[in-house]
Design a protein around this ligand. Structure first.
Ligand SMILES: [Zn+2]
Length: 98
């Protein structure tokens, strides 16, 4: 799947467009929520890109991580790092419709 390239921007408070291309129109769940939803959708390409770059950095960090933790388990934070990697991978998969 490929998403529409370009600058996703909120117009008329609740619509998301790229130029003249209509990406989304947020309706329901109240005006305030609809506006917040539109802004979240408009930020999606940047969020996806930031997740991909952050994931690469986290994987580099994980692969270079060495610790002196006891054999019964890590106390160094690598477990939280691995959980964060998994969370970001799941978010990226969701964004890709997987
Ligand atoms: Zn450790």
């Amino acid at each position: 799947m490929k998403y529409t390239k370009g600058d996703w921007e909120v117009r008329f408070n609740t619509t998301v467009r790229v130029g003249d291309d209509w990406i989304a129109s947020c309706v329901g769940s109240g005006k305030v929520n609809a506006e917040a939803n539109a802004h979240l959708i408009a930020a999606a390409p940047e969020l996806l890109d930031a997740c991909k770059k952050g994931l690469n950095e986290m994987k580099l960090w994980e692969s270079s991580e060495s610790c002196d933790c006891p054999p019964e388990g890590h106390i160094c934070g690598v477990i939280r790092l691995r959980q964060s990697i998994q969370n970001v991978e799941q978010a990226i998969a969701k964004a890709k419709g997987k």
